[in-house]
Design a protein around this ligand. Structure first.
Ligand code: 5GP
Length: 123
């Protein structure tokens, strides 16, 4: 799948659309999800143009991959989630119902999250 530079997170990265930023460095930007599904729901995106883990893991540079994953850990720590815990989710493609075609990890925290995988979707 080709990268669509008109996707909403590309616009956020370019500053064309505002976000509630929590962290930024050379490799990543993190901001609060617009429709939070947990008391803490933050999205961490790489600065490079990657649709999902499929292309990021295949073509991301070692520096980009290391920088991005380090940023996810930093953000979770800065949110105070290291001790109580948190969940990471990155959706890729149709079965995972990925909505925004720019790689993002969701960080969920602030409550207990029992159950690993959601039930089958109706559509
Ligand atoms: P996905 O299903 O692609 O893994 O998740 C996309 C996430 O992006 C959803 O949780 C959705 O609420 C969030 N989202 C969609 N549009 C915006 C936006 O304009 N700003 C922010 N902050 N989050 C968004």
């Amino acid at each position: 799948m080709a990268y669509d530079d008109q996707n909403i997170f590309a616009k956020i990265l370019r500053g064309e659309i505002p976000c509630n930023k929590v962290y930024e460095d050379e490799y990543a930007l993190a901001f609060h999800d617009i429709a939070p599904q947990a008391p803490v729901h933050v999205l961490v995106i790489p600065k490079g143009s990657y649709v999902s883990m499929a292309d990021f893991s295949a073509t991301g540079s070692p520096d980009e991959i290391a920088g991005y994953f380090r940023a996810i850990g930093i953000v979770a720590r800065q949110l105070g989630l290291d001790e109580p815990g948190y969940r990471l989710i990155a959706n890729h493609g149709r079965d995972a119902h990925q909505e925004v075609p720019h790689l993002h990890f969701h960080i969920f925290g602030g409550r207990s999250m029992k159950g690993m995988v959601p039930k089958p979707a109706e559509s």
